[in-house]
Design a protein around this ligand. Sequence first.
Ligand SMILES: *Cc1c(COP(=O)(O)O)cnc(C)c1O
Length: 415
Amino acid sequence: MIKYLSTRDNTHTITSSQAIINGLAEDGGLYIPENLEDLKLDYHEVIQQDYPGMAETVFGKFFSDFDEETIEKVVSRSYTGKFSTEEITPLTKVEDAFVLELYHGPTCAFKDVALSALPNLMVESMRMNDFQDEILILTATSGDTGSAALHGFSDVPGTKIIVFYPEGGVSETQRLQMVTQDGKNTCAVAVRGNFDDAQSGVKKLFREIPKPCDGVSLSSANSINIGRLVPQVVYYFSAYRQLLDMGEIQDGDKVNFVVPTGNFGDIMAGYFAREMGLPVGRLVCASNSNDVLREFLETGHYNRKRDFHKTTSPSMDILISSNLERLIYTIAGQDAQRDVELMTQLKEKGVYEITAEMKEGLKDFVGGFATEEEVKETIHDTYQKTGYVMDTHTAVAAHVCAQYRKDTKDEKKCL
Ligand SMILES: *Cc1c(COP(=O)(O)O)cnc(C)c1O
């Protein structure tokens, strides 16, 4: 059975269902499987199935305290009839690269893929642990998470949800999606500040409110929750299978994933997919002008003391990338003490630097970024050449993908 531990205290383990209920560990750390080695499988077992089948296999690996029947129920409730395509996450060829379309869910946000599953995982986790408290989900959002989470948790028994969004920092469509969401248990709050302020506020509530408190337990729908991250692992397998089906790759070929990145959740899911055995070459982390991660991946120096840019890709306007902590812990050789030191430095001084040895663990990651001008050009040029309309976040990745290929002459398929 796969057990979970906190990146800040690896002396005790809990089950996956407990990790899903808790969201964030009490010590402020993120939950991660005790041993990534235990996730290994033959990727053919996954890719010879349809999307729900792939989801069942991947969930079954990560959430090994769920029985088979429960996993089937979760997957079916999460995806049957919820997405506008049978493929759930269809792959489209655009020029010489590929776009994995993650926007076919109920709120048109890519986060629907994960947030359709999380509420079902949460309900089953509560049942399995005979959990009597009500769960209050607190979530910071720059737009996409808020709409998708409110929709996902709307009227889910035993839960309530409050999302906090930066005032003026989300699109009008998403603001409206949030403030008009149906459901007796949903609430959206505007915060004066940016996304990082909203996220820091939520993290502070987690630290300061005791658990449980008057029959209510706090949890999170951000990608800090492992139940939110694992559903994202599935579409890396789906992308690989679709490339095979299209005849674009031979079985076993490695492919590069260029991931539009903010909180480092999506790309971390790609890292998990690779750890499970999917033939992944490079994981290219694409940032907008808030390129704190590009700098970190190049230099090993994380520095959040820099100007915050409001861009046209708000879901990536982030200077404190929460999920990076899971990677930091892993490349530190699962050294929770080291992780605590670095995260304390980040909090107190705004900077930290990793050792040369840890940097070695980053060698399959590459960072790149796109300026606002480059994003516009990419959307324009792609449309002119192919008629394909790209959103701003995708355009960041498309630009970084083209740049990466030009710089490295790496010919592997890129999506
Ligand atoms: C959330 C989001 C991202 C960033 O994903 P992370 O997992 O936070 O790195 C990128 N693009 C879109 C459209 C998003 O909604």
